[in-house]
Design a protein around this ligand. Structure first.
Ligand SMILES: [Mg+2]
Length: 358
């Protein structure tokens, strides 16, 4: 099923036309609090009190990044917003404004697009950010292209290149849950159908639903970005392509080695918590115990799109910001050693997600 093929879903975007569609979604979109001239003119005007602004963009393509039979419009809107908002948080900034361009097939139900707008509003709750403009166009499949702006509030931007030997590596947010949710959907285990049955206890069904929810609409810890910056973060990014791959990006940009603690070596690390939680979810895929553990391990170490924040902090930084847990350490390269991420002191077999390889 494509977005355009929903039956009995009411009027389509072709029925309403561009002006009508805009009128149908505008009241549902989140409002930015720092907007000086709202949408309605040729361009919006947004305050940038810091004198600089962060800007980033990200796109979701139907069939590539989401499937309409797995995600509602509301999920897609929340995910498109969340992955952009996370990029601003990862600089140590607060998001201020989103600009959204939509490509829609003519047969897309208006209700789906309204749902998408509600998803944007969900993701912006608790922030100053809102949708201040965008564009509507027609095409063969849905494309949601978002540009996000953010304000540093006087902080120095936290780059990927500022990790130093002796730093601790911390993570805020969940790991591997989006990947677990995707695996459940790929196995036909969608919690919107009654698939768990009596064989699955409530705790496992609840966690499986959480994984599906995070896959559909991740909830990045946005407030942790500025908090980590204030705590002295030297390097930071949001984990979009997997813990190891994104740790490797920090390592290469900084010219150092990031050694991620192996959850199998040290069951007390933070990752082990996620690993232990995800093993029962892997068992739902009818995996034997050993295979389930290795699947859960792959989700935690290489699964992307939870959009938690990964940062390096000086070891002397003192108390960690709320929700932060230590997942590794930064050390200098040995002679001839390349910069990169290690897992438990070893070179990983696989880093994580690559958009062009898949
Ligand atoms: Mg990012």
């Amino acid at each position: 099923m494509s977005t355009a093929e929903a039956d009995d879903a009411g009027p389509t975007v072709a029925d309403l036309g561009e002006e009508g569609l805009l009128a149908a979604i505008a009241p549902l979109l989140p409002q930015a609090t720092r907007v000086l001239v709202p949408s309605g003119d040729d361009s919006a005007v947004v305050a940038a009190p810091d004198g600089r602004y962060c800007i980033s963009t990200d796109v979701l393509v139907e069939g590539e990044h989401f499937r309409p039979d797995w995600s509602t419009g509301r999920d897609v809107g929340a995910r498109a917003a969340a992955q952009n908002l996370a990029d601003i948080a990862a600089m140590g900034a607060r998001p201020t404004a989103l600009v959204v361009s939509l490509v829609l097939p003519r047969a897309t139900p208006v209700a789906w697009v309204q749902d998408l707008a509600r998803g944007f509003a969900d993701a912006c709750v608790g922030t100053d950010a809102g949708v201040v403009g965008g564009d509507l166009s027609v095409g063969e499949r849905v494309v949601v292209a978002v540009t996000v702006h953010g304000d540093l509030g006087g902080r120095q931007p936290v780059l990927r290149s500022g990790a130093r030997p002796g730093d601790v590596v911390v993570h805020v947010g969940t790991l591997g849950r989006s990947a677990a949710g995707l695996a459940l959907l790929q196995a036909g285990l969608d919690d919107r159908a009654d698939v768990w049955g009596e064989a699955v206890d409530a705790a496992r069904a609840g966690l499986a639903s959480e994984c599906l929810r995070i896959y559909r609409a991740p909830a990045p810890p946005l407030a942790a970005g500025p908090a980590l910056a204030d705590a002295g973060a030297g390097a930071m990014l949001d984990v979009s392509d997997g813990l190891l791959r994104d740790a490797d990006r920090i390592a290469r940009a900084s010219g150092i080695v990031v050694d991620i603690a192996d959850p199998d070596d040290d069951p007390d690390t933070g990752q082990a918590h996620d690993l232990a939680a995800l093993e029962p979810i892997a068992r739902l895929l009818r995996e034997e115990a050993a295979a389930a553990r290795s699947l859960a391990r792959a989700w935690v170490l290489t699964g992307g799109e939870d959009h938690g924040l990964l940062a390096t902090l000086p070891a002397a930084a003192g108390r960690l910001p709320e929700g932060a847990r230590v997942v590794g350490a930064v050390r200098a390269r040995c002679e001839g050693e390349p910069a990169g991420a290690l897992i438990g002191g070893r070179v990983p077999d696989q880093l994580g997600w690559d958009h062009f390889r898949a």
